[in-house]
Write a protein that binds this ligand. Structure first.
Ligand SMILES: [Zn+2]
Length: 74
């Protein structure tokens, strides 16, 4: 009977600990997902994927470099 009480106490402790950690982990994963979801765009000229922040945006789409923007849109 005593072993059951100890087991119940341990399980309750683990459950509480996981709940606390679980809420922390979900908050962290929501933050770490953002860079992964950051827009990867495809160069219309060569097809290379580049981060949206580094892409050269032209009238018809995004490019990896100014050179490919010129080649594709001129
Ligand atoms: Zn390119």
């Amino acid at each position: 009977m005593r072993a059951l009480l100890i087991l119940a106490a341990v399980l309750a402790g683990v459950w509480l600990w996981r709940n606390i950690r679980g809420s922390d982990a979900s908050g962290q994963s929501a933050k770490t997902d953002e860079p992964v979801l950051q827009d990867m765009v495809r160069c219309r000229q060569c097809g290379m994927h580049i981060p949206g922040s580094e892409a050269i945006v032209g009238k018809q789409g995004s490019y990896c470099s100014a050179e490919h923007l010129r080649l594709s849109e001129s």
